[in-house]
Write a protein that binds this ligand. Structure first.
Ligand SMILES: Cc1cc2nc3c(=O)[nH]c(=O)nc-3n(C[C@H](O)[C@H](O)[C@H](O)COP(=O)(O)O)c2cc1C
Length: 142
């Protein structure tokens, strides 16, 4: 059974997302997991998608990682279709993030800790749409 898990956390000072994402993407491909990661004002939002048997232990590992804190589960649910089928883990940044943030929030600041879970899933859907419609060179190059 496939599952999608979304959580938010706060980045620690030593967190180097660029270095982390390469290792994470490789590891995730190994167990059929894909997803999305973004950081905005020190807040991390990550979506993990894949077999439930892989997602649960992975989330436990990530949640106990000292490089971030206040790890807060937003949603974990069964899914029929993957939103992020193409990459082991994609760092959403630059124009894609800006467009998705604007589409879902306009000028309001992006604070997932203060947003209802529903608004977060809306944002994730928009971000997925942005990624899937981006030029392959831009999105897959991450
Ligand atoms: C914000 C954040 C996101 C992470 N995402 C992933 C991920 O998607 N896949 C992954 O294998 N490790 C991810 N990690 C790293 C794991 O926490 C852990 O370091 C890694 O799975 C190796 O685990 P090990 O040191 O117990 O072997 C992430 C860490 C942080 C802080």
């Amino acid at each position: 059974m496939m599952q999608r898990l979304t959580y938010v956390s706060r980045a620690g000072l030593s967190l180097d997302l660029d270095a982390l994402i390469e290792k994470a993407a490789l590891a995730n491909q190994g167990f059929g997991v894909s997803g999305l990661l973004l950081q905005e004002n020190g807040v991390i939002l990550q979506v993990l998608e894949g077999p439930r048997t892989a997602i649960a232990p992975l989330f436990l590992r990530i949640a106990s990682d000292q490089r971030h804190f206040d790890v807060t589960l937003i949603e974990a649910r069964p899914i029929d279709e993957l939103c992020f089928p193409r990459w082991g883990m994609t760092l959403l940044d630059g124009a894609l993030k800006t467009r998705a943030l604007w589409a879902s929030h306009g000028e309001a600041g992006f604070d997932p800790f203060a947003m209802p879970a529903r608004a977060i899933s809306d944002f994730v859907r928009l971000a997925s749409f942005e990624l899937l419609n981006a030029a392959p060179a831009t999105a897959a190059g991450r």
